[in-house]
Design a protein. Sequence first.
Length: 82
Amino acid sequence: MTPEQRFLNEGAAYFGARLIYRNQDVGLFSANGLALNSLGDDILAKLEQITDVEPKPTKKPKAKADAISPITTADIDKLLAV
């Protein structure tokens, strides 16, 4: 995987000829290809160290409260008869 593909997979985007990753300029794209600056080299080295990413376990959904049944006119009549 090329450095350009790695950054694009991580969410970087081009703005003009600049490659922007997390609001930071990490390189310049020219006719010769992508040229990373020193910040881009540092970030790429950190990204290459990350190899064992696992998703967090899913949480159990909370139990929903019982739905309140609507009051019928018969129920109202019983309450008013008292």
